[in-house]
Design a protein around this ligand. Structure first.
Ligand SMILES: [Mg+2]
Length: 237
């Protein structure tokens, strides 16, 4: 056999081996990478936003918000249990929030304290604010979900589910606490507080139907969190 022909065969044999290796994904055992949204998924942070000073509201000053979790936010215990469940089986957990990242290290410190393991900005915590296209604001979380190679993404908002779908990742809807829905219905099954128009057609009765069916507007699974809620960090409820 001529040397050139032999080289040709070796080259194609190597290419075939690489393709088979990629196709069978030998590099990836069954370790999962799990993503979580933060607000109303892992933290009940409503009281930060209801206590925004007038001069921090338009637009919301996230530099102020991101240093207020210790004062106002509560850990949603069933979400924390789920995080510990995954980690105790060797899976990796990441947090992706649409909050802008200014003073984001404070959020990392608070999550670390609450969850009992190190959460670090840029390592397992990422800030991915929405972006405007024309008059609409769109999620950008899917870029990070893709980069990290997540397998599942948990979130309460419509945009969390959209981000997971855009990234080709399994979306799971965490049920938002009723007091958060009451205070902030927007971006939750359209807006079930405002079920009157094309943009927000689903009523609170429809929402119960979704919950009973364990499926959401986008075909996502619904995670049946049962949580007592804000018994009162600030004595408010
Ligand atoms: Mg959220």
């Amino acid at each position: 056999m001529r040397f050139g022909k032999r080289l040709y065969i070796i080259f194609f044999a190597l290419m075939a081996a690489v393709i088979i290796w990629i196709a069978t994904d030998q590099s990836d055992p069954g370790q999962l990478k799990i993503g979580f949204d933060i607000d109303d998924t892992v933290l009940f942070s409503r009281d930060i936003f209801t206590n925004l000073p007038a001069d921090k509201q338009n637009p919301i000053d996230f530099g102020w918000v991101n240093v207020r979790d210790r004062q106002y936010s509560l850990l949603i215990e069933p979400a924390a249990e789920l995080i510990h469940f995954y980690r105790s089986h060797g899976h990796e957990v990441y947090f992706i929030t649409a909050r802008p990242g200014i003073n984001g290290d404070s959020v990392a410190v608070f999550l670390s304290e609450q969850l009992g393991y190190p959460v670090t900005k840029g390592h397992n915590l990422f800030f991915e604010p929405k972006e405007y296209v024309g008059e609409y604001r769109y999620t950008t979380k899917h870029r990070r979900i893709k980069t990290l190679g997540l397998d599942i993404f948990y979130g309460d908002s419509d945009t969390d589910i959209v981000a997971a779908l855009k990234a080709g990742v399994h979306p799971v809807r965490v049920v938002r606490h009723q007091s958060s829905i009451d205070q902030y219905g927007k971006n939750y099954f359209g807006n079930t507080n405002d079920g009157t128009d094309v943009k927000a057609p689903f009523s609170k009765t429809d929402l119960e139907q979704f919950y009973r069916g364990s499926v959401g507007v986008f075909g996502e699974a619904i995670y049946p969190i049962i949580w007592d809620g804000p018994a009162s960090k600030n004595g408010a409820e």
